[in-house]
Design a protein around this ligand. Structure first.
Ligand SMILES: Nc1nc2c(c(=O)[nH]1)N[C@H]1C(S)=C(S)[C@@H](COP(=O)(O)O)O[C@H]1N2
Ligand SMILES: [Mo]
Length: 306
């Protein structure tokens, strides 16, 4: 076994590289933990009641059609340009209004969580969508461990800045680091996860290795990748796309078929992989997660305060 920095276990130790065996087997078998420890094992996960039973996109689709501007703006750029990115070792700085601020080694973080398989719909603001079998844990678990202080109202996230490994960061495509944020109640919601893999494998670089946010009821840009900093704050943090164009990209950016992007409709979407002649599908409010999350926005006019 190799050791990460500080003599601690490194990322590679806790996430064995493996082949995807069979999603149904993983879920329907005698428990996902059975899969662990066998040759070609997947990351051990437990299934989740929050998973959709819609057919997932293929590994190929999920890992070759990406938005990750740190590696370029074209959909194929992240897969093509992220080979030199090193997601191990990794640590996350957790600061601001928390009881136990500090730099947390990723292996330590993972030591205190249960990894689940969460099969979520994923809807980009550009009106394409996928179904992705994430591996991850609830962000609330991590926040509870570091102790959120009563004055905290928002959570801010930052992506790593490493222009030598991220060719997109050598250009001023966006203001680096990429930043995102959630209201504290959104961050603590059980649907909100920190994802460390997909299809039972460690997170591919192009999808935000080694750890990224996934908030399935919001447009994809809220699900920030390759996170190195989490800050608890008492006011709404600045976020990348909102800073660039607040009219087009609100802080909340909940999936909403009734609020069009100024330049295109959000009422429907193209499910990636459906083929050239695939019919567009209707986009549901909150990306279909309204039953779970609508209560977070009681009394908030989402057509104005989007
Ligand atoms: N750091 C960072 N995070 C990011 C982005 C990015 O460019 N940089 N793109 C966002 C957008 S617009 C989308 S749709 C999703 C895409 O995630 P995927 O490539 O895993 O499908 O990542 C989001 N997270
Ligand atoms: Mo997106």
């Amino acid at each position: 076994m190799t050791k990460g920095f500080n003599g601690k276990l490194g990322w590679a130790d806790v996430t064995p590289k493996a082949h995807w065996i069979n999603r149904r087997g993983l879920i329907a078998g005698a428990g996902a933990m059975m899969v662990a420890g066998t040759a070609g094992a997947k990351i051990p996960t437990v299934p989740s009641a929050f998973s959709t039973d819609e057919a997932p996109n293929t590994f190929e689709e999920i890992t070759t059609y990406n938005n990750f501007y740190e590696f370029g703006t074209a959909k194929e750029d992240p897969a093509r340009n992220s080979g030199a990115f090193k997601p191990d070792p990794w640590s996350i700085e957790i600061d601001g209004l928390v009881d136990k601020p500090g730099s947390y080694d990723l292996a330590d973080i993972l030591g205190g969580v249960t990894l689940e398989e969460r099969i979520y719909r994923f809807r980009c603001v550009e009106a394409w969508s996928m179904v992705i079998p994430w591996v991850g844990f609830e962000l609330a678990t991590l926040l509870n461990r570091v102790g959120v202080q009563p004055s905290a109202k928002y959570v801010a996230f930052e992506t790593i800045v490493r222009p030598e490994e991220m060719p997109g960061q050598r250009r001023e495509l966006l203001e680096w680091p990429y930043r995102e944020g959630l209201r504290l109640d959104e961050a603590m919601h059980p649907l909100t996860i920190m994802a460390t893999g997909l299809y039972g494998e460690a997170m591919p670089n192009q999808n935000g290795a080694p750890i990224r946010l996934v908030v399935p009821w919001k447009y994809g840009f809220k699900s920030i990748k390759s996170i190195v900093r989490i800050s608890l704050m008492d006011r709404m943090p600045p976020t990348t796309w909102n800073m660039l164009n607040a009219r087009e990209y609100g802080f909340y950016s909940n999936v909403n078929p009734n609020v069009d992007h100024p330049r295109w409709s959000q009422a429907s979407e193209r499910r990636v992989g459906g083929g050239l002649f695939a019919k567009r599908i209707d986009t549901p409010m909150f990306n279909g997660y309204g039953e779970q999350v609508a209560g977070l926005y009681t009394g908030q006019d989402l057509t104005k305060d989007y």
